[in-house]
Design a protein around this ligand. Structure first.
Ligand code: RB5
Length: 149
């Protein structure tokens, strides 16, 4: 999860654009490579148009880890979780971020671009990338997410 050679997939609508650019810069400085699915300006877009392509690429294994944003983080997370191999968690703080890795083995972090400070979002990204799945009792729970439909 934490190797900086990993290519991270990022996407946001206009509501998360500024945060995406901030986090992308920090990640590149930290040595990560980024596949940026857009959006590429503050011009208004529909978040499903931007998030579906990233979620598809995570779903088919092209990328292992995604970081997505919209204004609230909700629309982005709802779109991403349409895909069976995606586990996207919407987080507002560091502890929640740790828990979506430890307990839910989340492969996408969704952030509320308009509601939390950017430096806090960066701390959350660092936690997301450096926390491993705890396994144990959580394995069967995570398995049941897609098995019981
Ligand atoms: C865009 O104004 C806003 O609706 C979007 O970024 C997001 O919060 C949707 O869930």
């Amino acid at each position: 999860m934490k190797e900086s050679s990993t290519i991270l997939a990022m996407a946001s609508d206009h509501g998360g654009f500024e945060m995406k650019e901030f986090l992308k810069k920090k990640l590149i400085e930290a040595g990560y490579k980024i596949k940026d699915f857009g959006t590429h300006s503050e011009e208004s877009v529909d978040y499903p148009d931007i998030i579906h392509p990233l979620a598809k690429a995570i779903n088919n294994g092209e990328y292992k880890i995604g970081i997505i944003m919209c204004g609230s983080g909700n629309g982005a997370q709802i779109v991403a979780n349409k895909y069976p191999n995606v586990r996207a968690g919407l987080c507002w703080n560091e502890e929640q971020t740790m828990l979506i890795r430890l307990h839910n083995n989340a492969n996408i972090l969704s952030l509320p671009g308009r509601f939390i400070p950017f430096d806090q979002a960066w701390k959350m990204v660092e936690i997301f990338l450096s926390t491993d799945f705890e396994g144990g009792r959580h394995v069967q729970r995570v398995d049941k997410i897609s098995k019981i439909l």
